[in-house]
Design a binder for this molecule. Structure first.
Ligand SMILES: Nc1ncnc2c1ncn2[C@@H]1O[C@H](COP(=O)(O)OP(=O)(O)OP(=O)(O)O)[C@@H](O)[C@H]1O
Length: 699
């Protein structure tokens, strides 16, 4: 069933929903010799012409409503309702007896399962938080048809541009504004236009984006400050039953003179304040990526680290950076028009960068290190006010970072640490050009003078090669387990479900799941709204997050999901990476992503930190066959059952030329400096996916 069919089906039901706009919001204006393989245990901006204008012009007025509002209140609640903050109380519901409706490995069992708590359990809660705004269909001509989409991807988006060759912003601008009007919906001018295939673009404020007066009213959203009390700062969830199994994962370190891994936090020799914070955060034992990365960073080495989702990469870079800052002494924060931070951490999405900031704030608690976060979709003045008060660690999305640098609020001379989280995404065709600009900004210390750290769960070979440009030649490479492999704590099931049956299957599964927190991934923003609305109609309490929602709405949606108001979050790939939400027990790929890397990140929203989780993916024979081979590899590597039908497709679609070819491999099993990896499998790497519709997912 295509989007249009859904429109026809949903539209009659939705006409009674009227969007509630908040008036005041718009009123104001070479060389690897060493190779150790050891078990770990051993050792949007202003919305351009305003978003509302777009809505009105394109048919969102008069009963054509936009945006599933997955929450009951029409107003954003300041304070702790923000999606970023963690509840201080530990409401872990990780109860194995509630894991119902699934056979152990072989797939989904249907609703007659005796353990099921009743098919209408969600509805029975009486919750119907979504759909306040109904679903806006825009005018029928507003959405791109596949051809237009193809054109747009081919002609405008970075995907078809030579890698890292252009400045990118010219076409970015074109593509964004063009598509915005074409589609009739809002396309924010933020920095998060990324596609599942590694294509993205962003437009900096300095170049006519967020801060441009010509683009319409400025974004006025000021995110609520996070709670300041110690309990909230140190709120965390419990490690899971498989946390200790991390020790058995093989770790590869390559590069010259790697310092030995540490086994305990004590061996890291951190200062007392940091040790106290680590204890308050509930960390008692290092994860493998921490065991290896912490001493490497403490030794001053550049690092590219790849470790499975949810295995503690954030602390792996934050702790040693903070330790260095404490050791070297930093200038205590004080008001200055131009701040010169010692550390910049960039990540691809707003929610992720905020999460990293909260971790930085937690670990720097009680020190004079001040962490600041800035990201698009929020008032620029607010970002500036945060910065001028003092800034040692700046956590930023690329667009906002470049804007702030352009406004001379941030000087780069003192930068000692540059961290790229989700580094493969930060270096691909989308953000790569901007990262290049960042390292060539006036004042930015050369790579010899700074320490550059890159972390991700996936690291395609061609991106590793690009990364070398940012790193000292003697950088170390840490691979925990299979690079690009899925977390083994996630039980993966792939079901053959045709487009026409997906919704029915989704409802069936969600009813069996009950109240357990579930993320449902779809490929386009439009579909995210369709599906969220549809689920609300089915009385399944649902909210949604995607790049067409305002930042305020995104944060609200995340908060409603995090705090259990809405146990189902429908998301595009904008939520695929990095988000660490307690108790997400299920991930459903309603649509499979176009790349296997994206799949690995998406399912990694569950099964974190030793907890178990489940992922169910709908495989559509019409559109997903290109994923069969890499999917079989991911399932096999994670010791999951592989359905016979999937193996058959993988076999029948096998393209020998892909394996080990320069067209890109799914996995770099090793540091690319060691030569061609031998464990690659055919498939598409993140920059090569063939699905043009992806372009919708990340912006
Ligand atoms: N040593 C530890 N002990 C206990 N909890 C930890 C430890 N290290 C990290 N955690 C917790 O594990 C969770 C996952 O960590 P984090 O978000 O850093 O994972 P990640 O590897 O960056 O995942 P992703 O690849 O999805 O970005 C967080 O809640 C974090 O606080």
């Amino acid at each position: 069933m295509g989007d249009e069919d859904w429109e026809a089906e949903i539209n009659p039901h939705m006409s009674s929903y009227v969007p509630i706009f908040e008036k005041d919001r718009y009123s104001s204006g070479e060389n690897v010799d060493n190779f150790n393989r050891t078990p770990a245990s051993s050792s949007e901006m202003d919305d351009g012409p305003s978003r509302r204008d777009h809505f009105m012009k394109s048919g969102f007025a008069s009963g054509r409503n936009f945006g599933n509002r997955g929450f009951s209140n029409s107003r954003f609640e300041d304070g702790d309702s923000s999606g970023f903050w963690r509840e201080s109380s530990n409401d872990c519901e990780d109860n194995p007896t509630r894991n119902r409706g699934f056979s152990k490995r072989g797939g989904y069992r249907d609703g007659n399962n005796s353990e099921a708590s009743g098919p209408y359990r969600r509805g029975g809660r009486g919750s119907f938080r979504g759909c306040r705004g109904g679903f806006g269909l825009g005018s029928p001509n507003n959405d791109l048809d596949p051809d237009e989409c193809m054109q747009r991807t081919g002609g405008l988006f970075g995907s078809r541009r030579p890698v890292l060759s252009g400045t990118g912003n010219g076409d970015t601008s074109q593509s964004r504004s063009g598509s915005g009007s074409e589609r009739g919906g809002y396309r924010g001018l933020n920095e998060e236009v990324i596609t599942g295939s590694g294509k993205n673009s962003w437009k900096s404020e300095a170049e006519g984006g967020e801060s441009s007066d010509t683009q319409g009213p400025k974004v006025t959203y000021i995110p609520p400050p996070p709670p300041e009390d110690e309990d909230s700062i140190f709120a965390h969830y419990q490690t899971g039953i498989n946390f200790d199994k991390y020790d058995t994962i093989l770790v590869e370190v390559s590069g010259h003179d790697a310092p030995p891994a540490i086994l305990t936090f004590e061996e890291a020799n951190l200062c007392q304040t940091l040790n106290n914070n680590i204890a308050k955060a509930g960390y008692t034992k290092l994860t493998p990526v921490q065991k290896y990365s912490i001493p490497i960073i403490l030794a001053g080495r550049d690092l590219m680290a790849c470790a499975q989702t949810g295995s503690g990469k954030t602390a792996a870079f934050l702790l040693p950076i903070l330790a260095h800052m404490m050791r070297d002494g930093i200038t205590a924060s004080r008001f200055k028009e131009l701040q010169e931070p010692e550390c910049i951490i960039v990540a691809p999405t707003r929610e992720l960068v905020n999460q990293i900031y909260l971790e930085a704030r937690k670990f720097s608690f009680g020190t004079c290190v001040r962490a600041v976060v800035i990201y698009g979709g929020t008032q620029l003045g607010h970002s500036i006010r945060q910065i001028v008060q003092g800034c040692n660690i700046l956590c930023a999305t690329p667009g906002r970072l470049m804007d702030i640098i352009g406004k001379e609020k941030i000087g780069l001379k003192q930068i000692k640490y540059l961290v790229l989280d989700e580094a493969d995404r930060m270096l691909d065709m989308g953000f790569g050009p901007e990262m290049k600009k960042l390292i060539s900004c006036p004042g930015m210390p050369s790579k010899e003078q700074r320490q550059t750290l890159m972390f991700s769960a996936t690291f395609p070979e061609e991106i590793q090669r690009l990364a070398a440009e940012f790193l000292k030649s003697n950088y170390l490479f840490v691979a925990v387990g299979q690079v690009g492999g899925a977390c083994r704590d996630v039980q993966q099931t792939v079901l053959q479900v045709g487009q026409f049956s997906k919704r029915e299957k989704l409802v069936e599964i969600l009813r069996n799941i009950g109240d357990e927190r579930t993320m449902v991934f779809v490929e386009t923003k439009k579909k995210a709204d369709f599906i969220a609305t549809f689920l609300c109609q089915e009385k399944i309490s649902t909210t949604s997050i995607h790049g067409d929602r305002e930042q305020r709405e995104r944060e609200q949606a995340l908060g409603d999901f995090r705090f259990g108001k809405c146990p189902v979050l429908v998301a595009t790939s904008v939520a695929a990476r990095g988000l660490d939400i307690e108790n997400v027990q299920h991930v459903i790929n309603f649509d499979l992503p176009s790349t296997i890397d994206e799949y690995v990140h998406r399912i990694g929203r569950t099964g974190r930190c030793g907890n178990t989780g489940r992922a169910i993916s709908f495989f559509d024979l019409e559109s997903d066959n290109h994923l069969a081979q890499p999917l079989v590899k991911v399932l096999t590597d994670a010791q999951q059952d592989v359905p016979a039908w999937l193996e058959e497709i993988a076999f029948s679609t096998y393209i020998p030329g892909f394996s080990g070819s320069t067209r890109g491999n799914v996995f770099a099993s090793v540091d690319t400096r060691k030569g061609k990896s031998t464990l690659n499998t055919a498939g598409f790497s993140s920059s090569q996916a063939p699905n043009p519709l992806d372009d919708e997912s990340w912006d």
